[in-house]
Write a protein that binds this ligand. Sequence first.
Ligand code: ATP
Ligand code: MG
Length: 417
Amino acid sequence: MSTPELPADEPVMSAAICPPREAATIVAARIIAAGFTAYFAGGCVRDELLKIEPTDFDLATDALPHDIAKLFRSARGVGESFGVMLVRCRGRTIEVATFRTDGKYEDGRRPSHVRFATEEEDAKRRDFTINGLFQHPITLKVIDYVDGQRDLEARVLRAIGDPAARLNEDRLRTLRAARFAARFSLRVDSATAAAIRDAAGDLTGVSRERVGGEFRRMLTHPTRRAAIELIEEWGLDAPALGEPNSRGELARVAALGHDASFATALAAWRFDRGHRCNASQPGAWRGPLNLSTREAGDLDAICAIVEQLRSAWDFLPVAAQKRLASRPVFSSAVAVLAGENPAQAGTIIERVAVLQEEFGGLEPIPLVSGGDLIALGCAPGPRFKATLDGLYDRQLEGVLTTREHALSIARAEWFFE
Ligand code: ATP
Ligand code: MG
């Protein structure tokens, strides 16, 4: 085996960004040149065997964290007790983890301790066989202690070892199973699926942050519908969302575009589950899925706009239609509506295209500003805002088209009404 010659720390510290695989190879080669073992590990090996470009390349090594710290000036520990170091290389951050076994997952969340171990033990501590592969970064030989290649070829998702025991160690793995099976169109091994169903209720013990993170990754992927089907089929929706298990048509989720946002996918799923997302339910799913303020706000706004579009759009005056169509999540709401009523969504899209061309478009610069009203002698207060809004509505409707006209109306209404 030959290793490329590397000058001191230069390539590792250089600022030029290179592809992640190249950066990981440079880091691995340095570790190997120092006499250790280093492999590409887990998801990146799986992805490349499936001919998918990995997003990141993680390394696994027998070098200890302090060896990595000596080899790379940029190395920083993340949870050093877990033996994970981050190394900067050519503008990339590479995760370098020492081979380990995980101790007991006492709270169903994360191991209470880890022990540095052999590469075989490290492969076998992982969740599913397809995630348990290593690859030598220079010879490209795949190192397979778990029959992961066989399962990848047969397109099967299978827990490593005893499924019930593995799921019991970390119950998040039930959700991860749905994510991987959906994402790669895998059949789920029957013993693994049976263990997932048995373990489903225990998901309540997993931190909301981890649960929310898994949902975020599942629902922002084009295969979200398959993931949700598995989640509902396995009964994971009940403990994840804190509501009864529900299985049914996922018409709205299915109709979403590939790049739909997390909030959009959640809104589609909520309606598919038969929720009425009206004002009495703001903040639903925020706690269970640990949504950010922005995500929770967008979810509620999308649901509210869908309801308005269904029942009121046709009757709204032009100004109100324009105001609604200018909302940042309006297109998300239309996308959700398209899953239940494509004809209505199509009509709305056509109408918005017309509104965009009429009277300065959806959001023209106001003819009259707050500063203008003050200059006229109007005092700030509730009436001030109502006056400005009223002027803007008439501008949106094409009643006011010049600044002079708008100012004269403002003066007349303020002082003579
Ligand atoms: P993705 O492409 O979504 O990042 P991934 O397989 O890389 O998928 P990560 O969550 O990044 O998934 O984890 C990297 C690797 O670490 C996995 O391939 C798996 O081997 C292992 N791993 C991660 N989380 C767990 C877990 N909860 N239980 C067991 N092994 C895990
Ligand atoms: Mg990963």
